[in-house]
Design a protein around this ligand. Structure first.
Ligand SMILES: [Zn+2]
Length: 205
């Protein structure tokens, strides 16, 4: 395989696969030397197909993961104990210090608790303590999408929303471990660009 193809392979395996199939299109061999060339050619394609299959498997995992995170971004504020059983995902305000809820992603009739009194009155109506809430807690600001923190995507360099996730990675009486990650979420590239990782013994980082 040429150097040009090795480079392209890294970026666009499906395109290289098509090109490789064209280059290795061979007639049925008519002598022993040709037969060996054809066998080597078919083996090269088999080896490339195996690499492509691994690449597509990774793409599949990446796409399922990305879709799950995008869905969670609209839902994490509802969770009674965010990050306890899997990652909680939030947009950040422009200062990148506060998790926020985006107005455009709230169902139209969603009620927002404006202060502690409103929140307490609401939680008193819950059937049980750990029940998810359907009103936005007062500690989240509800802001328009245009005002969330952004950062550059590592692939297309365009500014895209900056996301923060946190989850408990270890749970014990001696101490817990929480991990917080921030990353740029680009839908155009279906790519998450990691910006920072922090570890803490408390969910309040
Ligand atoms: Zn991008």
């Amino acid at each position: 395989m040429s150097t040009k193809w090795i480079l392209t392979e890294f970026l666009h395996p499906p395109i290289v696969w098509e090109a490789l199939r064209k280059e290795y299109r061979m007639s049925f061999p008519s002598n022993l030397d040709q037969l060996q060339v054809v066998v080597a050619g078919i083996r090269t394609q088999a080896s490339y197909a195996s690499k492509l299959s691994y690449y597509m498997q990774q793409q599949s995992e990446n796409f399922f993961n990305t879709a799950g995170i995008l869905a969670s971004l609209a839902d994490s504020w509802k969770t009674a104990d965010p990050g306890k059983n899997g990652g909680a995902y939030f947009f950040l305000d422009a200062t990148q210090s506060k998790r926020v809820v985006v107005k455009e992603f709230l169902p139209l009739d969603t009620e927002i608790c404006i202060d502690d009194d409103a929140w307490r009155a609401y939680t008193a109506t819950k059937k049980w303590h750990g029940q998810d809430h359907d009103r936005v807690p007062h500690w989240f600001s509800v802001i328009p999408l245009s005002r969330v923190a952004k950062g550059p995507c590592s692939a297309c360099k365009e500014d895209q929303p900056l996301i923060e996730s946190y989850c408990q990675t270890y749970d014990s009486p001696e101490g817990d471990v929480w991990e917080k990650n921030s990353f740029v979420f680009c839908c155009d590239c279906t790519l998450l660009t990691k910006v920072a990782t922090k570890v803490s013994d408390n969910r309040i980082f």
